[in-house]
Write a protein that binds this ligand. Structure first.
Ligand code: ZN
Ligand code: ZN
Length: 92
């Protein structure tokens, strides 16, 4: 799928802390939630399982550092932007 105009995740205009910048994804603090968020670089809500596994792996060290060892969970229930895959690392 091609980038969707008007999608803020495709626009990738995050001004917050940037943790990773990869061809497949980026990780930054979510502007709204102020917690780390991984965003797939495709405007598509359903990554194949191997892609999803890589995104989980990528955000894990970021989240462990962010929460300093406290419990957190991978939240890929997409409420605000349901058509572009992203996941928050939320406090558990
Ligand atoms: Zn958020
Ligand atoms: Zn998008």
């Amino acid at each position: 799928m091609s980038p969707s105009s008007g999608c803020e995740l495709c626009a990738d205009e995050s001004l917050t802390t940037r943790y990773a910048q990869e061809p497949e994804y980026w990780i930054a603090d979510c502007l709204v939630c102020r917690v780390p968020m991984v965003v797939w670089r495709r405007h598509d809500p359903s990554p194949p399982t191997p892609v999803r596994e890589r995104l989980v792996q990528a955000i894990t060290p970021v989240a462990e550092d962010f929460y300093r060892g406290a419990a957190w969970y991978y939240d890929d229930h997409m409420r605000k932007i349901p058509d572009h895959y992203h996941a928050h690392a939320r406090r558990g």
